[in-house]
Design a binder for this molecule. Structure first.
Ligand SMILES: Cc1cc2nc3c(=O)[nH]c(=O)nc-3n(C[C@H](O)[C@H](O)[C@H](O)COP(=O)(O)OP(=O)(O)OC[C@H]3O[C@@H](n4cnc5c(N)ncnc54)[C@H](O)[C@@H]3O)c2cc1C
Length: 524
């Protein structure tokens, strides 16, 4: 709250915090609705984690079945109003994405491999996947690394081309720090450090928080996730700033426990964490080489969830009260010589230049680095890893029996993904929960207005993208890119529709009251 007149350094209508996908879509839509827009980006490079994405964008053919499906996947944790808004947004995505893609002369293709809807819930068949292909002359951004997969980078390029065509300014090295509110709590601007200079920015219509999640805020991860440690990958700039700013302005938080994540690797001599390969939807006939054992030498989960990157980190978070520890953090990944050759076990991705790593296709370089530990026999393995030999031998024998019978005897791993583990040498790698992105943040309504802890909109404050995601229970694999399109469109248009708070105020003074601001919300 400000009690004093502010000398504004910069003035605009809508300030967007964050130049990832949600920020850019918000900016495009606020601009097209007639607002002057400024985008602030904390990092030297833009793109957030959007630029790293696999690039799958979910959409639907029909709204009603989508509502049915989302009602199940949201687990009763969001209102029907939000579900219906999201389902309608999903239906509009193919046309909207194609419209944006025209600017880049890009092609949008529908990939409908029959498993776009991950879970076997009513409405599943209506879900489709899209991705952006073939942008002439574009071979990726030099500040990010996504291996051979350029779909996320192409998706981001389409958004950026649209921003540049509209000449919307983006300030990099410009972290937003705190919201400025008037005496009644309406958001009238913010403080940012633009190139290390404390700068007051007036937002005549509103502020949209599109600053992503809290993947790299260790304190928040310890506070909101029970299991620890949970490592992150992606953009080190995503430290929950927008969430903290919204909290200070009185926002309610939601879905803080819910992260989109799997399991993977973190080594002491390398800063970045790596998630496992494969990612995306499970292919029931594509083998993976390993099983996971806990510290007692026992297998404890289906290693290949329907959407590994959504839920596969969860079983590792089991707490055993008798030992007062998490016996699956780390768990141990075990495979054999034949398995080593099936393919690389990790999928390194990063938007941080110093975190780049190219994992060898046959995992041999990582054996040489000592990340993957090699043993001539199960006896040696058990001794060196301090595991009970009998338990390890029994676990592997039972696994191999299941493989020969074509059935996972203990969990639901599809037979087509199972391979025997019996050919020495044997390999072990510790695995940890690795989160791809967080979903929690400020609660919002169907117009993306941030709600306070009593359910009322905080005037002139919005959230878009994964800063307070809609996803609350099970993820719609490929849903965060859809969400940034849906939420950015809504937030941008709505913020632009507001009447400027300073229209009748003396220049430089924060006078608009919250009551007045609410009444002036044009879309209501
Ligand atoms: C490896 C990987 C693969 C993925 N694959 C897919 C996929 O295929 N399909 C899918 O739907 N989803 C996917 N996701 C998830 C999806 O990419 C993200 O959830 C989504 O892109 C988030 O967009 P966003 O704009 O909300 O956040 P981001 O893209 O992270 O953008 C947030 C931006 O805000 C900036 N910022 C933070 N704090 C401040 C501040 N104080 N001031 C100014 N700027 C700030 C950050 O630096 C960042 O640039 C994937 C995620 C990862 C990591």
């Amino acid at each position: 709250m400000t009690a004093h007149p502010i000398q504004w350094n910069i003035e605009t209508d809508v300030v967007v915090v964050g130049a990832g996908g949600a920020g850019l879509v918000t900016a495009i839509n606020a601009h097209d609705a007639g607002a002057q827009v400024l985008v602030l980006e904390k990092m030297p490079n833009i793109g957030g984690i959007t630029i790293l994405a696999g690039g799958g964008v979910k959409a639907v053919r029909e709204v009603e079945p989508a509502i049915q499906y989302l009602t199940r996947t949201q687990g009763g944790r969001v209102s029907q109003d939000l579900i219906e808004t999201f389902a309608r947004g999903l239906k509009e995505i193919p046309d909207y994405l194609r419209e944006l893609a025209e600017v880049s002369h890009a092609t949008v293709e529908v990939i409908d491999e029959g498993h776009s809807g991950i879970y076997d819930f009513p409405g599943r068949e209506t879900i489709i996947s899209l991705r952006v292909t073939d942008i002439p002359g574009f071979s990726g951004y030099d500040w990010t690394y996504t291996g051979k997969n350029l779909y996320g980078q192409r998706f981001f390029k389409v958004l950026l081309d649209n921003v540049e065509m509209r000449a919307i300014p983006i300030l990099t090295n410009a972290p937003a720090r705190t919201l400025i509110t008037d005496g009644d709590g309406a958001v009238i601007g913010l403080w940012a450090d633009v190139n290390n200079v404390r700068t007051s920015i007036k937002a005549r219509k509103g502020v949209v928080l599109a600053s992503g999640g809290f993947e790299f805020n260790e304190k928040m991860k310890k506070e909101f996730f029970e299991a620890t440690p949970i490592f992150s990958m992606g953009n080190p700039g995503n430290t929950g700033d927008g969430i903290l700013m919204a909290q200070k302005a009185g926002a309610a938080l939601w879905h803080m426990w819910h992260y989109h994540g799997s399991y993977g690797f973190k080594f002491d001599d390398y800063d970045a964490a790596f998630r496992i390969s494969p990612s995306g939807a499970r292919h029931d006939k594509r083998p993976i080489s390993w099983v996971l054992l806990d510290r007692d030498g026992k297998r404890f989960m289906n290693e290949l969830h329907p959407a590994c990157q959504d839920t596969a980190g969860r079983p590792l978070g089991y707490f055993d009260p008798d030992i007062a520890e998490y016996p699956r953090i780390p768990a141990l990944m075990i495979f054999d010589e034949a398995g080593r050759k099936i393919g690389r076990i990790a999928n390194p991705l990063t938007s941080h230049p110093e975190h780049r790593y190219v994992w060898s296709e046959d995992n041999s370089a990582e054996i040489d680095r000592g990340w993957i530990r090699r043993y001539g026999s199960i006896e040696d393995l058990a001794r060196a890893e301090q595991l009970p030999l009998t338990a390890v031998s029994e676990s592997l024998a039972r696994w191999n029996e299941g493989v020969s019978k074509g059935q996972d005897l203990d969990f639901r791993r599809p037979p087509g993904t199972m391979v025997p583990i019996g050919e020495p040498p044997f390999y072990v790698v510790p695995v940890w929960p690795i989160l791809t992105n967080t979903q929690g943040g400020p609660e919002h309504d169907s117009q993306q207005r941030v709600l306070d802890s009593f359910g009322a909109p905080i005037p002139r404050l919005y959230a878009a993208g994964e800063c307070g995601s809609f996803f609350a229970h099970l993820y719609l694999l490929g849903g965060n890119l859809s969400e940034l399109l849906i939420s950015g469109r809504i937030a941008g248009k709505h913020a632009a529709s507001l009447i400027q708070w300073d229209e009748n105020a003396d220049a430089g003074f924060a006078l608009q009251s919250a009551r007045e601001s609410r009444a002036l919300t044009a879309a209501e």
